[in-house]
Write a protein that binds this ligand. Structure first.
Ligand code: TIU
Length: 220
């Protein structure tokens, strides 16, 4: 076991049963012209965490620990996109519409690719998920269970939407979850801060949070 300084208390990381999960670091959320932008967000905040996520990926790859990437992605025929999701709000473009990086949030389109700096390596898991949470309508729990993975270290975007939803889903399925603070971001800084506090409150009701440096120190 490796002890990681964390909140609300130290995280006992088990290298034999841990995986890194990088949530939705796809161009749709990180670059102008994608889903994040058409929802009215300034996407530049999210670009800033790419070096921290890259450092976290290097740490796991260097230790030969498993890595999982997710993408929020819908089928081209939109059969996995509920109208309640597609018709929500008044965005300039909706899911499935043609945007600056191809069809918005559709699997296989340029905007749906993970940013090149964080591209998955051969052998790393890549899960397309139609929901905000990574277990909804995916076979991920079976995949992780088959590999004996019981702990998940989280990074990615956005903190209070897909990251927190995925952490909550994972927590209910019995995984121990650790969020790396510099490797996650929100379009709204106050939401990021609040989401982290919600996760670690009440003795870690959803999980733990740690600084990247604390994880690097623990592995050194
Ligand atoms: N809009 C927003 O903050 N997030 C999403 O729509 N998806 C993810 O968080 N990936």
């Amino acid at each position: 076991m490796i002890t990681v300084s964390a909140r609300p208390y130290a995280f006992s990381l088990d290298p034999a049963h841990v995986a890194l999960v990088v949530i939705d670091m796809q161009r749709d959320f990180i670059e102008p012209g994608g889903f994040g932008a058409v929802l009215g967000n300034d996407v530049s905040r999210l670009t800033a965490i790419i070096p921290s996520v890259a450092a976290l990926l290097s740490l796991f790859r260097g230790q030969k620990l498993p890595v999982l990437h997710t993408r929020e992605a819908h089928r081209p025929d939109l059969s996995d996109c509920p109208p309640a999701k597609r018709l929500r709000g008044t965005p300039g473009l909706r899911i499935g519409d043609e945007g600056a990086m191809g069809r918005i949030l559709i699997a296989g389109e340029p905007g749906n690719q993970i940013v090149p700096e964080l591209a998955p390596l051969p052998g790393e898991m890549v899960i397309d998920k139609p929901g905000k949470g990574m277990f909804w309508a995916t076979d991920l729990h079976e995949t992780l269970s088959a590999k004996g993975i019981t702990q998940l270290v989280f990074a990615g975007v956005t903190t209070e939407v897909c990251v927190q939803t995925s952490m909550r889903e994972a927590n209910d399925r019995g995984y121990e979850c650790l969020l790396i603070e510099e490797a996650t971001e929100s379009y709204f800084p106050e939401f990021k801060a609040s989401a982290i506090e919600m996760i670690v409150a009440q003795g870690g009701i959803v999980g733990w949070a740690a600084r990247l440096q604390d994880l690097e120190t623990a592995f050194a």
